[in-house]
Write a protein that binds this ligand. Structure first.
Ligand code: BG6
Length: 357
């Protein structure tokens, strides 16, 4: 849990860098196609995804090779995370840090220079690939569910992504560590969603800020539609004092009474609180919302591309942890994204901790 950092100010919210690693001037590491085929990414054409089991020494060797290829001294480290899963650790010289698991391309941790954590990982989170990692910033793609043909929030959060590039800006004191992860269609994904695609996800630390940039490229010859969200779990002091600003005047779908048939409502509150379970999809939202976490600080979320905002608290349906988090999720749901062959869709987020006092 964090208190406001003197260095965190709204004024620090600057335009996102171009996501291509070529545009991130500095140390850039690229994988060849062959190298992208790392063994923890191998898939089998089954409904429930299966992974080959590697011995501990094989995992250690792979990690060492990946670190050798993509690691950048002091800024980008590829190492073993919980459950032996590979993770990328980004370190900014200002002291901020982020951790990203290749399984699901989930950012599980983002800490301020003080060491305070901003994100939240649920106590029931599993790091054994039996289910998506419950917490941090999971992907919902190609479906923000529920919906037909696939698991509730799509397959992207329970597949291994590959590292395609890492970088750190050349300015010696201001290096912005960054990792680019890639997911492409395979037999498993095409059984649920019969399209050829490439998803490219870049996570960058810019001083104390965390940036995410998702591009979905249609690599096939048929147009496709998808819905998606960045299902961000944020730690709060207590859900009963947490509030969200920036939603007033919007139409929203209230999923609490019946998720299958949400009721359409207008948001008249300037400040949305959590007096009970909340599961709302705000349509055509603005590109900025703030979550007051109850400590005198807020998490400011700026976005582009994403059109909707989901606010979710399970309340006592998760008795062990509901008080400690809520989800504020940038989403593309009300109007699905349509991508023509050769085209792409892009959504960015920029998170900062701001002082409310
Ligand atoms: O899959 P998870 O992480 O448990 O989250 C499920 C929740 O995800 C939210 O995004 C939805 O709005 C909720 O309706 C849903 O229950």
């Amino acid at each position: 849990m964090f208190a406001p950092s003197a260095a965190s100010r709204l004024g620090h919210l600057t335009p996102l860098p171009h996501s291509s690693p070529r545009a991130l001037h500095g140390v850039v590491q690229h994988a060849s196609r062959a190298e992208l085929r790392c063994s923890w990414k191998k898939t089998m054409p089954r409904r429930r995804h299966q992974y080959p089991r590697l011995s501990a020494s094989a995992v250690a060797t792979e990690l060492a090779e990946t670190q050798e290829k993509f690691g950048i001294a002091d800024h980008v480290e590829i190492t073993e995370g919980e459950g032996g899963l590979p993770k990328v650790v980004l370190r900014h010289s200002c002291g901020s840090k982020a951790e990203v698991y290749l399984y699901g391309a989930v950012v599980t941790s983002w800490t301020q220079p003080s060491g305070d954590e901003v994100l939240y990982v649920r106590p029931d989170a599993k790091f054994d690939k039996s289910k998506p990692i419950s917490g941090g910033i999971p992907h919902c793609f190609p479906q923000f569910g529920p919906g037909p043909a696939m698991q509730q929030h799509g397959f992207a959060r329970n597949l291994d992504w590959s590292i395609s590039a890492t970088s750190a800006d050349l300015q010696p004191d201001e290096r912005d560590p960054s990792v680019e992860l890639t997911l492409t269609d395979n037999d498993y994904t095409r059984k649920m969603w019969p399209y050829a695609f490439k998803a490219v996800y870049t996570v960058t630390l810019h001083e104390e800020q965390l940036r995410t940039d998702l591009r979905v490229i249609n690599t096939g010859d048929q147009p496709f539609d998808f819905t998606a969200a960045m299902h961000t779990y944020i730690e709060v002091l207590d859900i009963e004092v947490a509030t969200v600003r920036g939603l007033q005047g919007l139409t929203f779908l209230n999923k609490v009474p019946n998720p299958e048939e949400p009721e359409t409502k207008e948001e008249d509150r300037e400040v949305v609180s959590f007096p009970g379970p909340v599961d709302s999809v705000y349509l055509k939202a603005k590109d900025y919302v703030e979550l007051d976490v109850g400590t005198g600080a807020a998490v400011a979320i700026s976005s582009s591309g994403w059109e909707d905002v989901v606010v979710w608290s399970p309340w006592t349906a998760m008795p062990d942890c509901y008080k400690k988090f809520c989800c504020v999720e940038n989403a593309k749901f009300g109007t699905p994204a349509t991508v023509q062959p050769g085209d792409s869709w892009r959504g960015t987020q920029d998170f900062a901790v701001i002082d409310l006092e």
